[in-house]
Design a binder for this molecule. Structure first.
Ligand code: SUG
Length: 423
């Protein structure tokens, strides 16, 4: 049976605050702070466990090998000799944000009836531009059966940031849906101070590669206002699940045109719009209200899996409580402490990649069970650094600790294939 499975990225041992992401306000604000990789990974694992207990199928991706010595080698340097900036780029644990791993088109939407995944190239940010090789290697292992087609990234310079700029609306996960690709306009034409990381050309390429039906595909431009306010990905201002689109009023450039196109292509769509008068863009972005996981529970009711910051932002929490008290489609609110990831601009939805598939067709090593989560937690508690200050990034002891911790996780999860350079 086709089900939605959330694959969360396990937070890697090198998680730190190096301020690498221009346009991501949390990353800039927390630059130089001391990070807590062990706590960060445990926070992410607690969310996975809670979703599993809620009856939702849960998958996982391993953190990548950091420092990425192979990438530094391609740049003619080594972790010892690299400049502090290059070294920080080689040490980032950013692959934890699995929503940027790939774009996924489930089997009911594609011409050949397979589930298609295209790895994101992430070319806009140097620290993320070298994730794709290991992501491709993991996806090729996890989705090796004939039910899937895993594609290499679209070529540069067309920026592709994966599922963070992609939404699917459908009557039910196992029926054909509408796929929505959200793109930004280049900074030099839109006048926003921040780069638009998702290019329309890349989204169009992914739709072609996946064999999507143009009659069921929508391309929507993100509003410049949202990008300028710090919404570096669409999933910071909108999220969809089944027939429901949950969005901020100012998420899209042509809001009316976009809603009309959705209604024409999927008459049962239900648009839950949060007006700027109730929640400003600034509050939405600071609280990550829309970076929640909007999920359908086994009971058939929808729930939002939110970060603690949403409860701490009065306008946001008031809006949510009023919605749940009323007759809206979101019936439950679950709040999680994801402070460590949030401080780098990664909320509950950033940490997961949604794949609609039959779990039996996926390599079970990538599927979570309570017992497997126990084992990962024990390993993290033993081997993940307790804290990292930006100065520690130049300490060889940290590089070794990060490589060893990840290698131990590959052994624990019986994934020796991933314990090697993928170049
Ligand atoms: O790409 N932060 C990530 C956060 C990604 C969030 N993903 C989604 N919205 N789907 C990014 O900006 C910060 C790393 C640093 O500054 O050290 C970072 O990469």
């Amino acid at each position: 049976m086709l089900q939605e499975i959330n694959f969360d990225g396990i937070v890697g041992p090198s998680h730190n605050y190096a301020g690498l992401s221009l346009g991501n306000l949390a990353s800039a604000k927390n630059f130089g702070k001391v990070s807590h990789p062990r706590a960060a990974a445990l926070q992410g694992l607690a969310k996975m466990r809670a979703n599993l207990e809620r009856g939702l199928p849960q998958g996982l991706f391993l953190p990548q090998r950091r420092p990425d010595t192979a990438w530094l080698g391609q740049l003619g340097t080594s972790v010892e000799d690299a400049s502090p900036t290059l070294r920080a780029n080689a040490l980032s644990a950013s692959s934890m944000w699995a929503a940027n791993a790939a774009t996924v088109s489930p089997a009911p939407d594609t011409a050949d009836g397979r589930c298609h995944l295209t790895v994101a190239n992430l070319v806009t940010m140097p620290h993320r531009s070298h994730e794709w090789r290991e992501t491709l290697a993991q996806l090729q292992l996890a989705f090796a059966s004939g039910h899937f087609a895993v594609h290499a990234p679209v070529p540069a310079p067309f920026g592709d940031e994966g599922a963070a700029n992609h939404m699917r609306l459908c009557a039910g996960h196992d029926t054909a849906g509408i796929e929505v690709f959200v793109y930004g306009e280049a900074a030099n034409t839109s006048g926003t101070p921040f780069p638009a990381r998702q290019h329309r050309e890349a989204s169009e390429a992914v739709a072609r590669i996946h064999g999507l039906d143009p009659a069921r595909t929508v391309f929507a431009r993100q509003s410049d206002e949202a990008i300028a306010a710090g919404a570096f990905h669409n999933d910071v201002v909108a999220v969809a699940n089944e027939r429901v689109l949950f969005t901020h009023e100012h998420a899209f450039a042509d809001r009316e045109g976009f809603y009309a196109e959705l209604r024409a292509k999927l008459p049962e769509v239900e648009i839950v719009e949060v007006p700027a008068a109730a929640v400003s863009l600034a509050d939405a972005i600071a609280s990550y209200l829309f970076n929640a996981q909007l999920v359908t529970l086994p009971s058939g009711e929808m729930a939002l899996v939110l970060p603690g910051e949403a409860r701490e932002t009065p306008s946001v929490w008031q809006w949510l409580e009023a919605h749940v008290a009323g007759n809206g489609p979101i019936r439950h609110l679950f709040v999680h402490d994801l402070r460590e990831s949030m401080a780098n601009g990664g909320g509950p939805a950033c940490l997961r990649l949604r794949v609609v598939a039959d779990p039996a067709t996926i390599d079970p090593r990538f599927l979570a069970t309570p017992e497997k989560l126990d084992r990962i937690e024990a390993l993290v508690a033993r081997l993940w650094p307790e804290q990292i200050a930006v100065e520690d990034l130049s300490d060889p002891a940290l590089w070794i600790a990060c490589l060893e911790a990840r290698a131990a996780l590959c052994t624990e999860l019986e994934l020796p294939e991933l314990d090697r350079d993928v170049f």
